[in-house]
Ligand binder design. Structure first.
Ligand SMILES: [Zn+2]
Length: 249
């Protein structure tokens, strides 16, 4: 187990070093002994990648090669027609999503999927594009470093209204669809994963469109207590991400 952990820490260090367009922050990282990387950036391989309650954030990484075994296409509308990777979700989450969309429809709220599963390779390609355009420091403020995206679990999906207005953008917060999700998602096993005012814990600003399947008993408990998945599972908050930024940027 310890050996495996070391291997992932080493792979992650290599990944950071290899990201193109890296600036002085990474040059500095180059000089750091690899055994210190885990301590400084608090990189940890998430212990239960296949669990419905898996924690993936800026501290807890998915294994590089992890692909869920039970990906399916949920039978709900998406903003695109193609049957491609980003339409997939794990079976249990997909079935719950179908119920959620149906319930919303009953309330006159017409939802659409924007983006669900994203493989490590896709996230890596996406992130590298952003790094090329904006540099590493800026890219990591709005895009997940490969391995840290919850979309890799197959349990998360970005949702918009059927017209796609403000899809995965902060203006979605003012929509009736966002209000419905905030109030009702937990009844179907989902949580709004990055709530307002919890950035120090989740590591992300408010994302009213990103919902995460955790199962309905946990989603209801999280919702009723007004807390995050990190708080619910007593996982260390991502609050040292800001310290990490200070150290390296
Ligand atoms: Zn998302």
């Amino acid at each position: 187990m310890f050996k495996l952990y070391t291997v992932y820490a080493f792979l992650f260090a290599l990944l950071l070093i290899n990201i193109s367009g890296c600036n002085r922050s990474l040059n500095k990282l180059n000089k750091i002994d690899i055994s210190n990387v885990t301590k400084i950036s608090a990189v940890t391989l998430t212990p239960y990648p296949t669990s419905i309650a898996v924690v993936v954030n800026k501290k807890y990484y998915m294994p590089v090669n992890y692909v869920p075994k039970d990906l399916v296409y949920p039978n709900v509308p998406f903003l695109f027609k193609e049957k491609i990777e980003k339409r997939e979700m794990r079976m249990e989450a997909a079935q719950a999503l179908e119920k959620l969309f149906a319930a919303a429809k009953n309330d006159g709220i017409y939802l659409s999927g924007v983006s669900a599963y994203r493989s490590y390779a896709t996230q890596e390609a996406l992130f590298n594009q952003y790094v090329k355009r904006d540099g590493f420091a800026k890219a990591r403020t709005y895009s997940a470093i490969p391995g840290t995206s919850e979309h890799q679990t197959g349990l998360a999906i970005d949702v918009s209204g059927i017209n796609g207005i403000c899809a995965a953008e902060s203006c979605f917060a003012n929509s009736k669809e966002a209000a419905w999700l905030k109030k009702n998602a937990s009844n179907y096993g989902f949580i709004v994963r990055y709530p307002l005012g919890k950035e120090n814990i989740t590591g992300y600003k408010y994302e009213p469109w990103h919902i995460r399947y955790v199962g309905s008993s946990d989603s209801k408990a999280i919702q009723s207590r007004g807390i995050t998945l990190e708080e619910y599972l007593h996982v260390v908050p991502v609050s040292d991400v800001s310290k990490y930024k200070k150290d390296f940027h």
